[in-house]
Design a protein around this ligand. Structure first.
Ligand code: ZN
Length: 160
């Protein structure tokens, strides 16, 4: 496993549509492991493959609900409700902004064994699924921010 470099806003790959994964292989397995490690290292709750420079439709999520979600070729089936809250992104370091998204989402995806499953999420998990799936279509949350992008607290940045 290895920590990969997180691409930041301005990098072209973050604006590109990603390609579906056709089969699982050792390289992709390693990518998924690295994505989790990179996400934990940065205290993120989700990471999409383009954020580490790979144009593939792969997302990893861990919102501290005891599960590690791998979503390959995710497809949003349903959204419901609405929530407004602060959002950040490892590719937009030091910033956050207010974004309104659905409060419930149902998504179909393949897991790391390329088996189809359906995941339903509320609140933070719903927000995270939608945010990460946007990355696969080259979209960043900064385009959805209501009002100004804020600087995150300096003391937060000063922590290890
Ligand atoms: Zn992001």
């Amino acid at each position: 496993m290895a920590i990969r470099q997180v691409r930041t806003i301005g990098d072209e790959i973050l604006t590109k549509e990603c390609k579906p994964v056709k089969e699982m292989n050792d390289r992709t397995r390693e990518l998924i492991e690295d994505m989790f490690e990179t996400m934990y290292e940065s205290n993120g709750c989700g990471l999409a493959a383009p954020q580490v420079g790979i144009r593939k439709r792969i997302v990893v999520i861990d919102v501290d609900d005891g599960n590690q979600y791998v979503l390959i070729n995710p497809e949003i089936l349903e959204t419901e409700g609405s929530q407004t809250g602060m959002e950040g992104c490892l590719s937009v370091p030091g910033k956050s902004g207010q974004v309104t998204r659905a409060s419930h989402v149902k998504v179909k995806a393949l897991n790391e064994n390329m088996e189809e499953y359906v995941l339903e999420g509320d609140d933070l998990l719903a927000r995270c699924i939608l945010h990460e799936c946007d990355h696969l279509d080259g979209k960043l949350y900064v385009d959805l921010v209501e009002g100004e992008l804020c600087d995150t607290a300096a003391e937060e940045e000063g922590e290890e």
